[in-house]
Ligand binder design. Structure first.
Ligand SMILES: Cc1cc2nc3c(=O)[nH]c(=O)nc-3n(C[C@H](O)[C@H](O)[C@H](O)COP(=O)(O)OP(=O)(O)OC[C@H]3O[C@@H](n4cnc5c(N)ncnc54)[C@H](O)[C@@H]3O)c2cc1C
Length: 685
């Protein structure tokens, strides 16, 4: 038996051990444990002493109060907290109880915020997702997808009839777009909604198995309504008296009886079953057999059918109506990008806290060192921590822009939000998905214990990369948008705010790299935001110009579809490069706007690490075109190392500033203090 268990440590020894552990958190790189530990030359530089309070005050944003209310509510209700081990059926029921309690007991009404104050809605979604990611998604399905489709695609009559029921959960609903054969290619959906002028109804039908609605959240168990995306068919209105296909429209279709919850006639639902993650959400597959709904159930904001079967729309073509319809659903992507940063914060916090506490090996006859003192661990985690900060500010900006778009309906802002939400959703969710695995590895074997959360985070978050638009598909939208604007620029068109930099970049950045500045390697130069932004933007401009030329060349022989496919990887790199440019610009702005000098200095360090690490990771591109000479590349590498080392010295404060309660962290090894004690208690010691 273990010695400690036979002779329990005295209170004095326990206290000493705790002090020893806690003192590790106070370690700064300029005061290494030992000479051997100085993995990098430690330059004489003033130590940074971040104030967690000031940092977190600056990061929090205006909606911390409502997040705190949510945390307090779930903290006070252990019966509503999701255990690590739970069956799918229980998890689904718990998720429904959680969302119902949030609305009816805690009195938090996400749907009202979605409509009146979207940035507060996204803050609620982030907090709720921190409690259980399934709950965050269940909430998104109910309010943003089902509710959002009614509010944004419908008109006054729909709002009047459905708003309260969606808001108070009397009308739980689904968003039924995806079919078995078509997910990304929404324009190819096959479900039909045929107008019957005799009964003044639409007949919703699944013409073949490929058109079965698939993966529909809330459908397997709880939903009573679905907004169903279907081709609107008008009989006898097409050429030669044939049916006319007016393209994809959304219809409200009741699927279960409001009182008895029994399936309604013509509706068949099957359970999509156990998933890799998100098992608190009940995804189902629906088949409609000539289900009749009143004409009023057409969500008719962008196209309507009169009593005598005539179609009217303010938008002239099927393509324009389709773009307007899908455009209204952009809020889901904004929410996913924002919530994905929330998940990244949790994973990074657990990994950093544990890496500070965990000690393995050390110099001969000296105490073991914290694993975060290893250069490899710093390189894994510190740029990730910097990226988390970068994404925080970028997605905050996206949320603000989205709120502005909802208020003003300004065309330029709409254009900006569409491309930016597609780009940030794909970039951030892919980054988070990769990082959760890295965080797990950073915590060694203990990272693999389910209670330490990485498995749950990884499995639940993974699908963020696919739903609300597959990331590869969305990045192509960003690239397409950049190309469109690139062409418009030559026609004298205007560029929206986020794209503004391309105006200058195209002329200034695309000239030959300056052979003198390509050799500059001083720290002041490398840490100058102008150098960093110029480098990011130069890369984007070059990629844009070169892919435009390639597309033009290949389209002559391959046609536009073939040319696009030939250049696809190039286009994806362009989109990512653009998003990185936007992220850096927003981070630099956030640093400059920070009112507290000390906090500004801390953020500047983190921002420099984000920028230089990105440049270093893509150094081949810069070297290939001599934008960076060999001596400068070396200097960037050294400085990135050094900045990682510096950030490691304040890593504890940087994660504490995320201000995540233990309810959200949950992992015993990631708790704010005394992680080992929590962990050993968890397994029963
Ligand atoms: C848990 C879960 C919940 C969901 N909830 C809902 C819901 O509530 N309502 C709803 O309507 N839908 C829902 N979906 C469906 C989801 O939105 C789709 O799965 C998603 O849009 C991707 O479509 P897909 O599955 O058809 O993928 P596909 O489009 O078939 O993609 C397969 C692969 O092909 C690649 N690919 C596809 N097109 C291209 C292209 N043009 N260029 C390059 N590569 C390409 C993709 O990158 C991907 O790797 C959900 C899905 C899941 C798994």
């Amino acid at each position: 038996m273990d010695d400690n268990r036979q002779n329990p440590s005295s209170g004095h020894e326990v206290a000493l051990r705790r002090i020893q552990r806690l003192s590790l958190h106070l370690y700064t790189p300029s005061e290494p444990h030992s000479g051997e530990l100085s993995l990098l030359p430690c330059r004489a530089k003033r130590n940074l002493s971040p104030s967690v309070e000031s940092l977190s005050e600056y990061m929090r944003g205006p909606h911390r109060e409502i997040q705190a209310r949510i945390f307090e509510f779930f903290q006070s209700r252990p019966d509503l907290q999701t255990p690590v081990e739970i069956s799918m059926a229980e998890h689904r029921q718990l998720c429904m109880r959680q969302i119902t309690a949030l609305v009816r007991e805690a009195g938090i009404r996400p749907f009202r915020y979605l409509v009146e104050n979207p940035s507060a809605y996204f803050a609620i979604a982030e907090a709720v997702g921190g409690v259980d990611i399934s709950l965050g998604i269940k909430m998104g399905v109910q309010f943003s997808l089902w509710g959002g489709s009614v509010i944004n695609l419908g008109t006054k009559k729909h709002k009047e009839k459905y708003f309260d029921g969606i808001d108070n959960l009397d009308y739980p609903g689904c968003f039924a777009m995806t079919e078995l054969h078509h997910g990304s290619n929404v324009q190819a959906l096959q479900t039909t909604a045929t107008f019957d002028p005799i009964t003044d109804e639409f007949v919703i039908n699944t013409p073949n198995d490929g058109a079965i609605k698939w993966w529909i959240g809330n459908a397997a168990v709880h939903g009573k309504f679905a907004s169903v995306f279907a081709r609107l068919i008008l009989p006898l209105q097409g050429k030669g008296g044939k049916s006319a296909d007016m393209g994809i429209h959304a219809f409200i279709v009741p699927i279960r009886d409001l009182e008895t919850h029994v399936l309604l006639p013509g509706v068949e639902i099957h359970d999509c079953g156990h998933k890799v993650g998100l098992n608190g959400v009940d995804n189902g597959a629906l088949r409609f057999s000539h289900v009749r709904v009143p004409r009023d159930n057409l969500l008719n904001r962008f196209g309507d059918v009169s009593r005598d079967g005539k179609y009217t729309s303010s938008l002239p073509t099927v393509n324009k109506r389709f773009a307007a319809t899908l455009g209204e659903l952009v809020g889901g992507r904004v929410g996913l990008a924002y919530s994905s940063v929330g998940v990244l914060k949790i994973a990074v916090t657990i990994a950093v806290r544990y890496s500070l506490l965990r000690q393995q090996f050390g110099p001969p006859r000296k105490p073991e060192v914290s694993v975060l003192d290893y250069q490899s661990q710093q390189h894994r985690l510190m740029p990730m921590l910097a990226s988390t900060y970068a994404f925080h500010f970028a997605t905050q900006y996206l949320v603000d822009k989205y709120s502005e778009m909802k208020k003003t309906n300004d065309d330029q802002v709409i254009g900006d939000v569409h491309a930016l939400s597609a780009g940030l959703k794909s970039y951030v969710t892919s980054y988070t998905a990769r990082s959760i695995s890295t965080c797990r590895e950073s915590c060694g074997g203990h990272g693999y214990a389910a209670v330490n959360q990485f498995g749950i985070l990884r499995n639940d978050h993974d699908i963020f990369q696919t739903f609300e638009g597959d990331n590869t598909v969305l990045l192509q939208q960003v690239a397409g948008d950049l190309l469109k604007r690139y062409q418009e620029k030559f026609k004298g068109g205007t560029l929206t705010m986020t794209w503004n930099y391309l105006r200058e970049s195209m002329s200034s950045y695309l000239s030959q790299p300056n052979p003198v500045t390509a050799r500059w390697e001083g720290e002041d130069h490398l840490r100058d935001p102008k150098f960093q932004l110029d480098a990011f933007r130069y890369r984007t401009s070059r990629l844009l110009q070169s892919v435009a030329a390639r597309l033009q060349k290949h389209s002559k022989t391959l046609g536009s579809f073939g040319a696009w496919n030939r250049c696809l990887n190039h286009l994806l790199t362009l989109a990512e490069s653009h998003i990185e440019s936007v992220v850096l610009a927003k981070f630099i702005e956030a640093v400059q706007n920070c009112p507290d000098a000390n906090t500004r200095e801390v953020l500047k360090l983190v921002c420099d690490l984000y920028a230089l690490d990105r440049i270093w990771k893509d150094i081949g591109t810069y070297r290939n075109v001599d934008y960076v000479a060999p001596n400068k590349a070396k200097a960037i590498h050294k400085l990135t190392d050094y900045l990682s080392f510096q950030v490691r010295g304040i890593a504890r404060e940087l994660v504490d500033a995320f201000d995540l309660p233990d309810l959200v962290i949950r992992a015993p090894i990631g708790m704010a203090s005394e992680a080992y004690e929590q962990y050993t208690q968890h397994v029963g010691f």
